[in-house]
Design a protein around this ligand. Structure first.
Ligand SMILES: *Cc1c(COP(=O)(O)O)cnc(C)c1O
Length: 354
């Protein structure tokens, strides 16, 4: 540690993203990216903007916010746009959690505790049930803000919309942040509830269901008052946070409903196919409404399976958290990619079971 580093960062353990190997070609199923290209209009819009990169992007993100608002029948004043939803989460945590702390499930998106340690936010974790489901009554007595991912990260399990509403309505003086990174693959969004509840912020991203992970665009949806407070934080940190190419690509993507629906439908289909194949091989597979599966096999530990698959050119994700260390998480790629994955899994199982 240098003599210059701030003392409160001495023990900062940064978020560790899934590998992005540049050395060889893998069947890459480890970071929940879409296997499909962005919408054709989004590619064209980004390319056209490359010639305008001498100019700053629109600091109000007006056309992009309008497109996102129209998608959900809201006003642009209910939307903040960010450089990925991770950035929006950082602004939300900074704006609303630094003096109150936050509670989230013990198994969820690993970025939440990292943000807390960066910003000096106290957090507590609430254990999911034995089957990894979330029981909203576990949160009823909590006075501090609550953050959940729905569908949940790592498990894929989705909380029905009426349960999310129950959580929000438990205490309207308590903020609830719902991270809907995976909602388009099978859940029902609670964005419409922002018209009814002033204590709700919904976070969404273009990285997964919109095939724009490399563009870095995400949204926060909330009542006007919360959005204007968030906008003040955003403008104090990086007023040109969404770059010009990404802004136009994201707007075009939001306007192409047909392509979006085709991609998410295909992903859900391939997910169900893959889950059935894995169960056929003896895997326990959690019920997922997302673009990934969490699966475990009695004959092969999660870490071993991850390594054996990597050696065969298939990259999945393994987490060392005690409760999910026996599992692997596999992103849902194209049907062809999943056949390669399933073939590699079959070969590995044959090796270990003889
Ligand atoms: C992928 C993911 C994010 C990050 O999305 P970006 O927009 O790419 O920053 C946020 N939350 C969850 C639960 C995710 O899985």
């Amino acid at each position: 540690m240098s003599i210059f580093l701030s003392k409160d960062l001495a023990r900062l353990a940064p978020y560790v993203p899934g590998e992005q190997p540049q050395d060889r070609k893998y069947v890459k199923l480890n970071t929940n990216e879409s296997p499909y290209s962005p919408a054709p209009g989004a590619v064209r819009a980004a390319a056209a903007q490359a010639w305008e990169l001498n100019l700053y992007s629109d600091p109000t993100c007006a056309p992009l916010k309008r497109a996102a608002a129209e998608f959900y029948g809201l006003s642009p004043a209910n939307v903040m746009a960010g450089n990925g939803s991770d950035e929006n989460l950082a602004h939300i945590f900074r704006a609303f959690l630094t003096d109150k702390g936050v509670a989230f499930p013990d198994i969820t998106y690993g970025f939440y505790p990292v943000l807390c340690s960066l910003l000096g936010i106290e957090y507590r974790t609430v254990p999911l049930k034995e089957d990894f489901s979330l029981d909203v009554s576990d949160y009823a007595a909590l006075a501090c803000p609550v953050c959940i991912a729905n569908p949940n990260a790592q498990t894929g399990i989705c909380l029905p919309e009426e349960k999310v509403e129950e959580l929000i309505a438990q205490n309207e003086g308590r903020l609830v942040v719902v991270d809907e990174a995976y909602i388009d693959f099978g859940g029902e969004s609670c964005v419409p509830l922002i018209k009814k509840y002033g204590n709700l912020i919904v976070v969404q991203t273009m990285s997964k269901s919109r095939s724009l992970a490399g563009a870095r665009v995400g949204f926060a949806f909330a009542c006007e008052e919360l959005v204007s407070e968030l906008e003040a934080v955003r403008a104090s940190f990086n007023p040109y946070n969404v770059n010009r190419m990404s802004m136009f690509a994201a707007e075009a993507s939001l306007r192409d409903r047909a392509y979006f629906e085709e991609c998410t439908r295909k992903t859900a289909e391939v997910r169900e196919y893959t889950a059935a194949e894995l169960r056929g091989m003896g895997f326990a597979v959690l019920p997922s409404a997302a673009n990934f599966l969490l699966a475990r096999h009695a004959a092969a530990g999660g870490g071993d399976l991850y390594l054996a698959l990597k050696a065969r050119g298939v990259l999945v994700r393994h987490f060392s958290d005690e409760r999910i260390k026996d599992y692997i998480r596999v992103s849902i790629g194209s049907r062809g990619q999943m056949e390669q994955f399933l073939g590699a899994v079959r070969a590995v199982l044959k090796e270990v079971t003889g």
